[in-house]
Write a protein that binds this ligand. Structure first.
Ligand code: ZN
Length: 317
């Protein structure tokens, strides 16, 4: 089959306090709050989307903030770290900024020739900023608190912690069309062919001696790959079913359509369509301003608004 996965669409993680989550990603990291909606499967709770100005696929980090939820346990069968690209000239800026904001960050050993800053968000989610020589093009948010030259440029990569990596590697190469481009000790780096777009790298970490992780606050819930349109998504579904995967039907997430399945290493994978995107129900200027609900929840809006905790959006555009 000709089609290939061009890269990541979004990464979805679990948070606890919604306001603390918003403050960290908008105020501190300078991502734009591109959609304020609810978890369609649990409409009494928020679903936040952060990204570049438009919420371009490959820049989107989303959260289910569940107040009071317990913390997850890091281990295999989950995404260990989510990495954003920054310019190699921004390493000093970010180390200084994180220090000033009392976020304990460390500069770890360069990985495949690129410098890496590592820290955790307020819920313990492991994040990395990777100084990348090939910066992808994203739409910068002009009102960001971060100067444009230092802004995050979408996803660099995700690192999946796996007990064994062969079957996942085969899914990435034989089915998704990724290539093994680097390896060092237990880290295997796979990349899609589209090197102009963000989110083209997946690292598989082979950790046979680690325990199995538990997904909760501070963990990635799932990662989504991009499909160019609905037709391509249906082809992916058919192909994955033929390979023996247990794939959900297509689910309408309003801003994209989704299918989900568990990859052989235990990580929940999604394939999401690029269209229609976040401007399907509000203008690009207004993204994130108001609570947006899917049509089937509009009749319950007043109850939903009463249940959701009040939030204040920092750096409102
Ligand atoms: Zn998703």
């Amino acid at each position: 089959m000709e089609k290939k996965i061009p890269g990541l669409h979004h990464v979805t993680a679990i948070a606890s306090d919604p306001q603390r989550n918003l403050d960290f990603y908008v105020e501190l990291l300078g991502l734009r709050f591109v959609k304020r909606t609810v978890n369609f499967d649990d409409p009494g709770t928020y679903h936040f989307y952060f990204g570049d100005r438009r919420g371009t696929p490959g820049t989107i980090l989303t959260f289910f903030p569940w107040p009071g939820v317990r913390r997850g346990i890091r281990g295999t069968g989950q995404i260990e770290a989510t990495a954003f690209s920054i310019s190699p000239d921004s390493v000093g800026f970010w180390l200084e900024r994180l220090k000033r904001q009392h976020v304990a960050a460390e500069r770890i050993a360069a990985r495949f020739g690129e410098e890496v800053i590592r820290f955790v968000d307020p819920d313990g989610l492991l994040l990395e900023l990777v100084a990348s020589n090939s910066l992808p093009s994203v739409e910068q948010w002009p009102d960001s608190p971060i100067p444009p030259e230092h802004a995050l440029r979408g996803f660099h990569s995700v690192s999946a912690a796996l007990e064994g990596y062969d079957k996942t590697a085969r899914l990435l190469t034989d089915t998704f069309g990724y290539r093994l481009i680097e390896e060092s000790e237990n880290r295997f780096r796979f990349a899609s062919g589209d090197d102009s777009a963000p989110g083209r790298i997946v690292d598989l970490l082979c950790l046979p001696d680690s325990g199995v992780g538990r997904v909760a606050a501070g963990s990635v819930h799932h990662i989504a790959f991009r499909a160019r349109d609905e037709q391509e998504q249906l082809q992916w579904r058919e192909q994955l079913v033929d390979l023996g995967y247990n794939v959900t039907p297509v689910i309408d997430r309003i801003y994209f359509h989704s299918i989900y399945f568990r990859e052989p290493g235990g990580v929940l994978f999604e394939i999401a369509t690029e269209p229609p995107g976040f401007t399907s129900d509000e203008t690009i200027e207004d993204l994130g301003t108001d609570l947006r609900l899917p049509p089937w929840l509009e009749s319950a809006r007043s109850q939903i608004e009463k249940i959701l905790p009040a939030i204040y959006v920092p750096h409102k555009q």
